[in-house]
Design a protein around this ligand. Sequence first.
Ligand code: AMP
Length: 148
Amino acid sequence: MAVRACGLIIYRRLQSAPFAKVTDGIEYLLLQTSYGTHHWTPPKGHVDPGEDDLQTAFRETQEEAGLQASQLTLIDGYKKELHYPAHGKPKTVVYWLAEVKDCNTEIKLSEEHQAFQWLKLEDACRYAEYEDMQATLKEAHEFLCSKK
Ligand code: AMP
């Protein structure tokens, strides 16, 4: 059976200039792992026994980025599942999309990550490196564009 993990694609909206497109000020939060190849990823982690997927996504975001559920707005209608091999086993990762209510909220990393970045879509895709993650970020961005 596949290892199951859940997480949140976190974004913030910077104050944009008048007449700028609403999505111009969007930045995505990526964390750089302190393990393995030090890849960049949204906060996510394994589902604990008795937890549902969304609870895991919020708990992992709190543990890995220091963001409480009360500091986030979960965006209705977006959910994405990725499947990839990790350490020789199939892994499924479910992501939701959430906005940080205050764009200046402090990010507090755990020992699992060594750095974080708020990145515009293009840079986020470059950092994310994996094609499925890049496609997920683009899809999330298009979803946000279509809402406004
Ligand atoms: P992670 O799932 O981020 O803890 O990473 C576990 C392993 O899977 C690491 O070797 C990563 O380099 C690899 N990995 C992470 N994300 C992806 C992805 N989206 N597609 C393929 N491999 C990945």
